[in-house]
Design a protein around this ligand. Structure first.
Ligand code: FE
Length: 253
């Protein structure tokens, strides 16, 4: 299995603190059946993780994994928080796409969707990049107004749902929205977004079991194949999205 979103690089964000932490995370991942991990450190006002640093850290971690005989491969990626100059920074070698493919992560703020989002995602695509909105299920505005996400996906953006969201570790509302995203073909990837092995761990096995029982085995194949296509820079499978109907909050008798 491939995990495309993980904070496994040591000491550069709020994920693994030390190389020892990174190795423990890799061991845990391996136990869950993960053989390849895209390291996606934060890139935002707090964590200035640029492409050259990420490449260096990925190399270091791969060496340490080989020395420790842990059969997990780390590929370079990044989780940039959305900002206006992201395209310029891509051209300036600051943005690291996922394994150097056209696929690039975009993190929205947790409580809203900036007004310029649609335009920016469009501009990225004009440059040949494919934006993947990470964990849309945890964005408060998208939960309230799922039609916004529908519009972004319709316009070519992809999305990644988080294993632990689907398993209910972020609460019932986020779990339900995650399920709706899958039902509506509004998400294309399942990933861990693991930060450690304590309270933000992988949960990929648990999520895949849940998906299989809730949606059937075809969805497991869909997510796994999409992750494979992604790291190879190939086109992924996109089913036609449908709008999510917002459930009525009150019942009147
Ligand atoms: Fe993340």
């Amino acid at each position: 299995m491939i995990d495309i979103h993980c904070h496994i690089l040591p000491g550069i964000d709020d994920g693994a603190k030390t190389m020892e932490d990174s190795l423990l995370m890799a061991k845990k991942a391996f136990k869950e059946g993960i053989h390849t991990i895209i390291a996606t450190p934060h890139f935002n006002s707090k964590y200035d993780n640029r492409k050259p640093l990420i490449l260096e850290k990925v190399e270091e971690l791969n060496q340490a994994l080989r020395q420790a005989n842990i059969d997990v491969t780390i590929l370079p990626g990044q989780e940039p928080r959305i900002y206006g100059e992201i395209l310029e920074d891509y051209e300036n070698n600051i943005i690291q796409t996922l394994n150097g493919t056209p696929y690039v992560f975009i993190e929205l703020p947790s409580n809203h969707v900036p007004r310029y989002t649609e335009q920016l995602l469009f501009d990225l695509q004009v440059k040949g990049l494919v934006p993947i909105i990470v964990h849309p299920e945890r964005n408060m505005e998208l939960i309230e107004r799922p039609e916004k996400l529908y519009r972004l996906v319709e316009k070519g953006a992809l999305t990644q749902v988080t294993a632990s969201s689907l398993c209910g570790y972020f609460g019932k509302k986020i779990k339900n929205f995650s399920i709706q995203l899958i039902e509506a073909n509004l998400t294309h990837f399942l990933a861990s977004d693991a930060h450690n092995i304590v309270n933000r761990t992988f949960k990929m096995e648990e999520a895949l079991d849940f998906i299989e029982s809730e949606f059937g085995i075809d969805y497991i194949y869909l997510f796994q194949e999409n992750a494979e296509y992604l790291i190879d820079g190939k086109n992924i499978i996109r089913e036609v999205p449908t709008p999510i109907k917002k459930k009525k909050k009150f019942l009147f008798f």
